[in-house]
Design a protein around this ligand. Structure first.
Ligand SMILES: O=C(O)CCC(=O)C(=O)O
Length: 420
């Protein structure tokens, strides 16, 4: 094909993907805020990185569980990706040359169908785009598609995350749980809570990601205030972040981190989070159910996926009898905590449409479960205790704050870092 035709084809394909994902957005609206002109440094405005680092080379999974997973505290793991082939082979150039003809998911149309773009076109778009909040590859089925599944052999979950309870129901039945994530600077994920009470890890191979996190007790209307620019990560960081960073209630101030290549962020069950890519970024992220978030996961699953929850429970009988017994203890428990299922999770991989969100990609086929997770449960027997738990959540009592995060970080020997 002549170069001119190739060029026209590339433009047509990108325009078509954008139209499918945001049918009501005119082409000129993609750049109307002119964020690209402000440069990268602005994307780091106001960041004080207070998330603790834990070097997996000098600590073990037990330390991670005790200090971070059990109490539900975010942490950045270092030294966990050194042996990943991905660290050498996931470059934009190699992805283009080796997988250029393969398609990756960049969103969903209004009917929930995936929108795909060939990698060779996406890599060019990533390098050239001036879009305010560009299309974002967020692909949960890459490991099952013949053309790109080799990518899944290029990494392995860090040892801290080997407790993967949904694996018990089999690959075919389990909810989507791994995503290949790639996007240019300014792309990102709008504030959301991950589905089904799961926790997540997110590993960056290329580029930097800016994170803001809030504990589960912070109400939706606080973390998702009305602001200019739509439900885009870049608009949130530009308009909502500065206001929240100065919130009178310390618990409502975002906990910030800048994640660099080779770092893995642990996002505990029920935590709100939003991400802005500072550079062109490649990452992989997985959600998981473990003994630590079991109550939250079970209660969400039972409510939103009755058939799957029955299979899950069955599989626990032999594999994890103690957790099977826990489902009996939770028989009369109801999930408490943030948000109604439909409102809690509206992550946007690149835009305002909730149907095109990172969270919706994560929960495809599981829309009802796209829920705020509960990290605490109402006791089946003690309604008084449940009431107290609810009151505590409202007050964010005991929840880690920015100050706690800074202390944790200091203990881990990194202290607070000012970026940008
Ligand atoms: O890397 C990102 O954009 C964040 C992903 C995320 O928040 C999620 O998968 O829940």
């Amino acid at each position: 094909m002549a170069a001119e035709d190739k060029d026209a084809r590339y433009r047509r394909k990108i325009a078509k993907a954008k139209r499918k994902e945001y049918p009501r957005r005119a082409p000129e609206q993609w750049t109307e805020q002119r964020y690209a002109e402000r440069g990268t440094d602005c994307l780091l405005d106001g960041v004080v990185d207070t998330v603790a680092r834990l070097d997996v080379g000098t600590s073990d999974a037990a330390e991670f569980r005790a200090r971070f997973e059990a109490p539900g505290v975010p942490v950045m793991l270092t030294g966990a990706m050194e042996r990943w082939p991905a660290m050498r082979s996931w470059t934009f150039e190699r992805l283009r040359t080796e997988f250029g003809r393969e398609k990756m998911k960049v969103g969903e149309d209004d009917d929930g169908y995936p929108v795909y773009v060939r990698l060779k076109h996406y890599v060019r778009y990533l390098a050239e785009t001036d879009d305010d909040s560009p299309l974002y590859v967020f692909d949960s089925s890459f490991a099952e598609r013949r053309g790109v599944r080799a990518l899944a052999d290029d990494y392995a979950p860090p040892a801290c995350f080997t407790d993967d309870l949904f694996g018990l129901v089999g690959e075919r039945r389990r909810p989507p749980h791994k995503w290949f994530v790639m996007g240019p600077c300014r792309s990102g994920s709008y504030v959301h809570i991950d589905p089904l009470g799961t926790s997540a890890w997110n590993a960056v191979v290329c580029g930097r990601k800016r994170w803001a996190l809030f504990p589960p007790c912070v109400p939706k209307e606080v973390v998702q205030p009305k602001h200019e620019g739509g439900r885009e990560a870049i608009a949130w960081f530009t308009h909502a972040f500065p206001i929240l960073a100065a919130a009178a209630d310390e618990a409502h101030r975002p906990i910030s981190a800048v994640q660099r290549p080779g770092e893995v962020l642990f996002v505990p069950s029920g935590w709100w989070h939003t991400v802005l890519n500072i550079d062109h970024t490649i990452a992989v992220t997985q959600n998981f159910a473990s003994a630590a978030n079991f109550d939250a996961v079970w209660l969400r699953l039972r409510k939103s996926r009755p058939k799957l929850s029955a299979k899950f429970r069955n599989s626990l009988l032999t594999a994890r009898p103690e957790l099977h017994a826990r489902t009996d203890e939770l028989e009369h428990a109801a999930p408490i905590g943030p948000p109604s299922p439909s409102s809690s999770s509206s992550s946007s991989s690149s835009s305002s449409s909730s149907s095109s969100s990172a969270a919706s990609s994560r929960s495809s086929g599981d829309t009802a479960a796209r829920a705020g997770s509960a990290s605490a449960v109402a006791s089946p027997v003690a309604s008084e205790a449940a009431g107290e738990a609810r009151r505590k959540r409202r007050r964010c009592e005991g929840a880690p704050t920015v100050a706690d995060a800074a202390k944790q970080a200091e203990r881990a020997g990194v202290g607070a870092k000012v970026c940008g």
